[in-house]
Ligand binder design. Sequence first.
Ligand SMILES: Cc1cc2nc3c(=O)[nH]c(=O)nc-3n(C[C@H](O)[C@H](O)[C@H](O)COP(=O)(O)O)c2cc1C
Length: 299
Amino acid sequence: MLGVKLCGIKLENPTVLASGILGVTKEGVDRIGKAGAGAVTLKSLCHEERQGYKNPAIIVWEKGMLNAIGLSGQGISNAIKDFRRLDDVSVPVIGSIFGYRTEDFAHVASEMSKLKPAMIEVDISCPHVDYGKPICSDKGIAAEVTKAVKKNTRIPVSIKLSPNVDDIKEIAHAVEKAGADAITAINAASGMVIDIDAKKPVLANKIGGITGPALKPIAVRCVYQIYETIKIPIIGTGGITYGKDAIEMVMAGATALGIGTAVYYRGINAFKKICDEMQQWMKKNKVKNLGEIRGVAHK
Ligand SMILES: Cc1cc2nc3c(=O)[nH]c(=O)nc-3n(C[C@H](O)[C@H](O)[C@H](O)COP(=O)(O)O)c2cc1C
């Protein structure tokens, strides 16, 4: 009843662990698959090792989370040694990549393909890394990166978009035309929280990415607008915490559902809980499969 097909990949249910949350070791990936996720996205990897930003790099406030981790990570060559392959775990794995220049994206895509992930997600949208900005908000560069990645892999590619742009439809259209097989929408929105006692921003980086419940209406709006513009599937991501949020995202047009911050609120069983709540809603509303309600909010 919840099974979906995403770029030809069969997912037992539409929930996908979003990039950056737990997807750093092979054992972790397997554990999340066994806990009920339909697919798992790895933390974004680039051509080199990165330290990330100083602490505090993450805070939880009343309506969500704010983070400026700074894309810390081991780099693609060490990841290849660690993971060895990604097609032998309990769940389809999405390899997330990023780079500073187009050539880096192309190189990391080609290296990531050696691990045989089910899909590659291209993070052009980190809200607190400077080089992310011109890529995510410039349709020409976004298309150039998409073409370069597509040229270097045969694995389906999803481009991850940012809400921090003037017109997300324009970017979605450009990357679809450049050959993207799917779109992941959205990455975190740019934000700041000030500690009024300390009289300064809480995060060491000052600016961070808003995720969790506060992001949901922005994510739903983006998915709705993208669905009207393109034909490729959307991994709707942002603030999905309960089954009702997931249903809302499907009604906006999403095929699969990225889930990140909800793991903090609801634990590793968040995927199973969200699926159970979706099924309860579907039963009550006599909906047999998600295809019946996908994009229904557009009618
Ligand atoms: C701590 C943290 C780290 C993240 N790291 C990445 C990352 O490495 N690459 C990426 O594309 N998105 C990253 N994200 C963004 C998430 O994948 C997702 O797009 C965002 O959190 C919105 O979904 P959510 O509200 O369900 O968390 C990160 C988010 C959080 C909270």
